[in-house]
Write a protein that binds this ligand. Structure first.
Ligand SMILES: O=C(O)C(=O)C[C@]1(C(=O)O)C=C[C@@H](O)C=C1
Length: 399
């Protein structure tokens, strides 16, 4: 978004003539100063609402027209088997980047991106809603990440574990899955990374979600709380807060924050740490929140699917590389990225499950496998790697 002070100045300048015109009308109609002061807000309100009604009509016409064009784009793609065949994440990313580039305020980038995401979600659902698997039950941060990335015109499939999300996408019961991969406070979610060691699925997108945790309970009174349920990651994100405010309460780890909320609703002395949406779903009150120790607490999720998509112009590639056991192998594997000007923003080693003390490296690099620089880098490192698996090339997360 551009300079905010400029935006404020401009939107003020836009409003002034409207007020002045209304005041001038009152004077022309012979109303005295006092009367015009009392009448002005009412007149103004009616006139402004009239403008808003006109704009709404216009927006609606344009959305309908857009939906008709999206339908035609769908037809131009030919007679395809399912909704997933019409989905183009690279095109969606380009549309959303343009929204951000055009934005001069007063609405924030993330607000405008959300609105346009919903429009595209609805346009795509004209074919048939996408089926998206996520770590359930309803009300998890994973579900929020699903909505952030795909909009609300989808069919969500809450599943019991990250493994199940992979399985359902592999089996074709879900078109895509959304799984957490790292948290800015707690680091990598290793169980997700390890799934890629054996899975054939591809990474088709990433979602960054600011995660706010709340302490939720049935009564809403902190003095009642003797037990707290949550996912181990959420406990870790709120460690200092819990030490300060609930040092004596028993901490019970469960499979998801929504499961924690489900358990907390059965007695007054239990609480859950979860997102505020779980409070609405499970009928709980927020005792305190946000309670995460770091205010920038963010979780990164991956979108997993069965195929790779084309370049969007600003992409990231995730690779899984098994290196040979020889001196300098890791150096030789990484050097081609630097040589071709590709920035590496993440490297993580995990036991490769190929032999004792054999490691696999998960590497994220800026760029797309369809781009020349990346192709050259991959060719050059192949001599020093036992195996290179392209997990996916996908648009960098937007707002
Ligand atoms: O451009 C396309 O390929 C479309 O199908 C249109 C559209 C859109 O609404 O803009 C809808 C769904 C796709 O995922 C991408 C974009």
């Amino acid at each position: 978004m551009k300079d905010k002070s400029e935006v404020t100045k401009r939107s003020k300048a836009n409003k002034e003539p409207v007020v002045k015109k209304a005041a001038a009308k009152n004077v022309a109609a012979g109303t005295d100063k006092k009367a015009s002061q009392t009448q002005l807000p009412a007149l103004d309100l009616a006139m402004l609402r009239d403008r808003i009604d006109g704009i709404d009509r216009h927006i609606q016409e344009l959305i309908v027209e857009r939906a008709q064009f999206a339908n035609q784009v769908g037809k131009a793609k030919g007679k395809l088997a399912a909704a997933v065949d019409y989905y183009r994440p690279e095109r969606e990313a380009q549309v959303l980047r343009r929204v951000v580039d055009r934005n001069d305020g007063p609405l924030n980038d993330d607000v405008l991106v959300r609105l346009f995401r919903e429009i595209m979600s609805a346009c795509l659902a004209q074919q048939e809603p996408l089926k998206i698997g996520f770590l359930g039950p309803e009300g998890t941060h994973s579900q929020q990440a699903v909505f952030k990335h795909f909009g609300h015109s989808i069919h969500g499939l809450p599943l019991g574990s990250i493994e199940e999300v992979f399985q359902e996408v592999e089996a074709g019961n879900a078109d895509f899955g959304v799984v957490p991969v790292e948290n800015s406070t707690q680091g990598t979610i290793q169980s997700t990374l390890d799934m890629f060691l054996t899975s054939k699925l591809k990474i088709c997108g990433e979602v960054e979600l600011r995660v706010h945790q709340h302490l939720l309970s049935r009564s809403g009174r902190i003095e009642d709380i003797e037990r707290v349920y949550s996912h181990p990651q959420s406990f870790a994100q709120c460690k200092a807060w819990l030490r300060q405010y609930l040092p004596k309460a028993e901490k019970i780890a469960v499979a998801s924050n929504a499961e924690a909320a489900r358990r907390a609703r059965s007695s007054d002395d239990a609480a859950a740490i979860a997102g505020i949406s779980a409070a609405n779903v499970y009928g709980l009150k927020s005792i305190a929140g946000p309670i995460e120790d770091r205010p920038d607490n963010t979780t990164r999720f991956l979108v997993i699917g069965r195929e790779l998509f084309s370049t969007s112009g600003n992409d990231r590639t995730s690779l899984l590389i098994f290196i040979k056991d020889q001196p300098g192998a890791l150096y030789h594997v990484l050097a081609p990225f630097a040589k071709h000007g590709l920035s590496m923003n993440r490297i993580e080693s995990r036991p490769g499950h190929t032999g004792l003390w054999q490691y696999a490296f998960f590497i994220d690099v800026g760029g797309h496998v369809q781009e020349e620089a990346m192709r050259h880098a991959l060719d050059e490192l192949a001599d020093y790697a036992q195996q290179v698996k392209v997990l996916g090339s996908y648009p960098v997360a937007i707002a």
